[in-house]
Design a protein around this ligand. Sequence first.
Ligand SMILES: Cc1cc2nc3c(=O)[nH]c(=O)nc-3n(C[C@H](O)[C@H](O)[C@H](O)COP(=O)(O)OP(=O)(O)OC[C@H]3O[C@@H](n4cnc5c(N)ncnc54)[C@H](O)[C@@H]3O)c2cc1C
Length: 381
Amino acid sequence: MSLPIEISAEHEEIIEECRLLSEKVAPFAMEADESSVMHEPTLAALRSSGLSSLMVPAAYGGRFDQVDPLAVCLAREVFMKTSSHLDSVFALQGIGSYAISRAGTESQKEEWLPAVAKGDALAALALTEPIAGSDLKGITTTVEATKTGLILKGAKSFISNAGSASFYTTLAKEGEGYSLFLVPADVAGLNVEPSPELIAPHVLGELTFDNVILSESSRLGEPGAAFRHVLATLSVFRISVAGAAVGLMQGAIEEAVRHCQSREQFGRPLVKHGPVATLLADSWSDLESARLLTYQTAAMAAADPEGNLDRSSLAKLTATEAATRVVDRCVQTMGRWGLIRGSKIEKYYRQARPMRIYEGASEVLRLGIASRLVKEVGDGA
Ligand SMILES: Cc1cc2nc3c(=O)[nH]c(=O)nc-3n(C[C@H](O)[C@H](O)[C@H](O)COP(=O)(O)OP(=O)(O)OC[C@H]3O[C@@H](n4cnc5c(N)ncnc54)[C@H](O)[C@@H]3O)c2cc1C
């Protein structure tokens, strides 16, 4: 099945707005990208751009009737080329709030979504635990109904935006099932500590829920329905990781091409040496194939946002695996200049790596993709 890829005039306008924001952020992008705490100038620039509004439905201050996966991909492509910090703060606004847009009560939507759209409230999604990573059914955070209210106990690990978020969309075990809860950042009994610093710094924290008392109105969606909403979130936002990977590849290739045009060895520019040209041409091939698949998958997700999980996984797998290959080749073409700490290419090299792990490690994605393939072939589709 395939769909035409339509970049509408509205999408073009969004790309332009994202470019303007990226230009504003560019002078401090290097500083922001090396920060493991929220970079306030980046956040302020995102707020004043109004682009967080791409992450919520129009009825609550958003740009489109529903979150538009293609618009989110295009924005992340532009942002990631300039700043992973900007990309991440933007992405989390959707990743952390999508379950509210999808399953929240009217009062939850009114309380949080307009503030997310303005960038005044920062969102987070808390799934991973010290023990449970890929296997989320292994979580040990629990919620229990008592006379005083719902008691939340447990811990979450490697949570993006932790410490800066206004609320945490939190997965907990409830009896034999799994439910989602909206945990405000200022609730008593919630503690946040920084996670270990990564090779490509990221705002990450470890949460502890020490007998946190929640009211029934903190419940997000029906009891036991958490995975439906989590998978719907991933269905929409996994593709956007592919969008970010496309932006990273574009940036890396531009760096490499500029270098290989200007540096000469053996009497001619590097780009005129066959093996170097091959590295660049193969990188462009990887980039354009990933870009097409990403846009097409995002367009398909717009038509069927929640039935698209395996396709989203395929786009994420393709683009993030390609990004690692591409950035490695680009470093190679730049020789020792590809290795300089603090250079753009070295930053891209580090930033590409986590993309194959978060929001579904490549190996785990392949399992879902292969079973979908078996189904499609079996159905004669
Ligand atoms: C930058 C960053 C930001 C993050 N932000 C968040 C966040 O905001 N919220 C959140 O909840 N979590 C977040 N995470 C955590 C992330 O979701 C997990 O790292 C991810 O789900 C993988 O879990 P794990 O690291 O525990 O790896 P594990 O589950 O221990 O897996 C390790 C490796 O084993 C292999 N593997 C595991 N299971 C299988 C399988 N069934 N078949 C084949 N191979 C397998 C894969 O190669 C995998 O990479 C973030 C992580 C990073 C790096």
